[in-house]
Design a protein around this ligand. Structure first.
Ligand SMILES: [Zn+2]
Length: 394
């Protein structure tokens, strides 16, 4: 039981006839396969086997290759046709080769080592040993890789004994214990031990684009797009810029300026809006105060707010009063927001800290503040809080 791999001999084979050897819980085993199993930062092959969907390919520790086929309709002994999802596979071969070229150049030109690599559906990432890499270096690297693509460097394989390979001074240490090591040589660019699949010539990378970077374990991880994905990246950016230009009725070279003006105008508008809204809250509070019942010379306002008034602004409006007792609530996202203000003579009604449990117990209220203003959240209805508030005022 093995699924003998022939993807190294025939990396460009898109289809192959094979015999089904076993149907196991882990997947289908064939006598031979062109499907690359997940490993070395490269995803497993997909496609169809005997017309059934091949979802993924993986291998176990014994190097048996399993094909994850969705509802196989074939049996052991049947001859089946493997057909690869070639776009998927070829993109991985391009990314893998671009990674070797990029990691080789990062090391030879900038002294930057590669710590780990990952080839995703759309992006290639290289984790470096650096804490920071400036953009200029990244674009220089982009130019260098694209130059290597234009120069058509062949990619070939060499098999060396482990000992021989150890003495070749490779930029990356050999991670496998096998007696014979497979080296991937990008002529005049890079040589490393690798068990992945690559294109035959750097020309097939077509295009290499630096997309950005992120931090990972304190290291800079560089993000790239390769081949068709690099083209798609350029087109997406171009279409985004055109849409922005048309939205702002501006030409590309002034787009940033226009956007900066818009942002500062919106900040100004927001400030104006807040000012207006505070004025409105002040007017509404004034109205409530004028209609409020007066207790020991202090107006007492109980207010169940039903519109989208900001309680913070109500707090600000409250500070305009010398003597005022205010108890306001508002339902928001299933919670009861509350605000209690005891200004001037109202501060003599009760001590918030001492009466906190009495006041807030009924609404399971949380929160606090500093005299004269307290606020927080609770549950239930405003009337419960108003009742305890009035009990405390006496
Ligand atoms: Zn490789």
């Amino acid at each position: 039981m093995s699924s003998k791999p022939i993807y190294y001999e025939q990396p460009y084979a898109k289809s192959l006839e094979a015999t089904v050897v076993a149907l196991t819980d882990q997947g289908v085993v064939l006598d031979k396969t062109i499907c690359y199993p997940e490993g070395g930062g490269q995803s497993g092959d997909r496609g169809t086997i005997g017309g059934c969907l091949l979802l993924d390919t993986h291998k176990d520790e014994e190097k048996v290759i399993y094909h994850m086929v969705k509802e196989p309709t074939f049996s052991v002994g049947d001859t089946v046709l493997i057909e690869l999802d070639w776009d998927h596979r070829y993109h991985y071969m391009q990314m893998h080769t671009a990674q070797h070229v990029a990691s080789g150049l990062l090391f030879s030109h900038f002294g930057i080592k590669t710590v780990s690599v990952h080839q995703g559906e759309k992006r290639l990432t290289i984790e470096t040993d650096q804490e920071a890499i400036d953009e200029r270096t990244c674009y220089e690297l982009e130019d260098l890789v694209n130059k290597k693509a234009r120069e058509h460097h062949p990619v070939h394989y060499e098999v060396h004994s482990h000992e021989e390979a150890e003495h070749l001074g490779l930029r990356r240490s050999i991670k496998v214990e096998d007696a014979h090591i497979r080296l991937v040589v990008v002529d005049s660019v890079d040589t490393v031990a690798c068990g992945g699949l690559h294109v035959a010539n750097t020309a097939e990378i077509v295009l290499f684009q630096y997309v950005g970077q992120e931090k990972l374990r304190g290291h800079v991880r560089l993000i790239f797009a390769v081949g068709d994905e690099a083209l798609a990246e350029i087109r997406e950016n171009r279409s985004l810029v055109s849409r922005l230009c048309s939205l702002h009725s501006a030409q590309r070279h002034v787009l940033l300026e226009v956007e900066e003006q818009n942002l500062s105008q919106s900040a100004l508008d927001r400030t104006q809006l807040q000012k207006k809204s505070l004025q409105l809250v002040s007017c509404l509070l004034k109205e409530k105060v004028e209609k409020a019942s007066v207790f020991k010379g202090v107006p007492v306002v109980l207010w169940n707010i039903e519109d989208d008034m900001d309680l913070k602004q109500l707090g600000t409006a409250f500070t305009e009063y010398e003597d005022l007792a205010l108890c306001a609530t508002k339902q928001e996202k299933g919670k009861l927001l509350w605000l209690v203000g005891l200004a001037g003579k109202a501060s003599l009604f009760f001590d918030f800290a001492a009466e906190r449990n009495h006041l807030l117990g009924g609404i399971a209220g949380k929160g606090g503040g500093k005299a004269p203003l307290f606020q927080g959240v609770g549950s239930g209805v405003g009337e419960t809080l108003f009742k305890s508030f009035m009990e405390l005022i006496g």
